[in-house]
Design a protein around this ligand. Structure first.
Ligand SMILES: [Zn+2]
Length: 299
């Protein structure tokens, strides 16, 4: 090889190397740009997705707000209608059933109430797992589940104001576990006027009636006694006691029971409802707005 052709070869190599470098650089730039635009489009997608989620969330919140307002309006209209009915009525009847639930009486009472489209109040005691469905049924059918006590044994309850308060707390908790609702409507076993508690703790009802209110409870006695817990009893006696106790232009809180085998009340209930309706009364369940109906305390 001569000197000249050596030089040409060297130039060729430099040229080829140069071309390779240029190509390599341009390929590298292109790849980087592609990568950047892929990243950019991924970022755009992510932002768009976030916006979509945000818009959907806003739409859902708006729908929930409209639904909530609709329900509030409906509830308000219902309350106003009920209030007007009460003002035009002869009086109001609050049917209340103590000492349940029981497997035999409670379903029969619920059937009669349902057939007449009447809501009532159940002052319940501690219940077994087998009877839990009755509490759920009472709730599902729109009745008020109120509290009577975990125990009904006077000697246990009325040892002190604290034991009596605890007796309500315990049944409140059991009802809450079943229904998800914390009831604060109570009725003292024996009523607030009972004297039996004097035997276990003198002055306990005086202290307790204040204490329950301080603890957020509202208590209800009764002003119509169906007499279904005292003997002798049959449906006629229950019905007549009801009529005798009923008074116009007031809230009539009727004491009845859904303990086991309470056939006198079950037998009288339809007649009780018919009498109330025929005489222009309306039936209501106790609510947080119902004024307390109480006896005078005797211990
Ligand atoms: Zn009772």
């Amino acid at each position: 090889m001569n000197k000249k052709s050596k030089k040409i070869n060297k130039n060729m190599i430099i040229l080829v190397l140069f071309i390779i470098i240029v190509v390599a650089i341009s390929v590298a730039i292109k790849m980087k740009n592609q990568g950047n635009s892929a990243l950019a489009s991924a970022e755009e997608k992510r932002i768009a997705e976030e916006q979509r989620i945000e818009e959907e969330k806003k739409k859902k919140e708006e729908e929930e707000r409209i639904e909530r307002e609709r329900k509030e309006q409906e509830e308000k209209a219902k309350k106003e209608k009920e209030k007007a009915e009460e003002q035009n009525a002869t009086g109001v009847i609050y049917l209340t059933f103590d000492d349940g639930p029981s497997a035999d009486s409670t379903p029969q009472i619920l059937d009669i109430l349902k057939a007449n489209d009447i809501k009532a109040t159940f002052f319940v005691l501690h219940y077994s797992e087998e009877n839990e469905h009755l509490i759920k049924r009472e709730q599902a059918e729109g009745h008020k589940i109120a509290l009577h006590g975990y125990s009904h044994t006077y000697s246990e309850i009325y040892k002190s104001a604290d034991t009596a308060l605890n007796n309500f707390m315990k049944i409140q908790n059991q009802v809450y576990q079943t229904t998800g609702e914390k009831s604060n409507i109570i009725r003292f076993p024996g009523g607030s006027s009972n004297t039996v508690s004097r035997k276990y703790c003198p002055g306990v009802m005086t202290e307790l009636t204040k204490k329950v209110v301080e603890n957020g409870f509202r208590y209800f006695d009764w002003n119509v006694d169906s007499g279904d817990a005292t003997k002798p009893k049959n449906s006629d006696v229950v019905y007549n006691n009801f009529i005798k106790g009923l008074k116009p232009n007031r809230n009539n809180v009727v004491l009845m029971h859904d303990f086991t085998k309470n056939t006198p009340t079950i037998g009288a209930l339809q007649r009780v409802i018919d009498y109330g309706k025929q005489n222009g009364y309306v039936f209501r369940k106790i609510s947080d707005e119902t004024p307390m109906v109480t006896h005078s305390v005797n211990n």
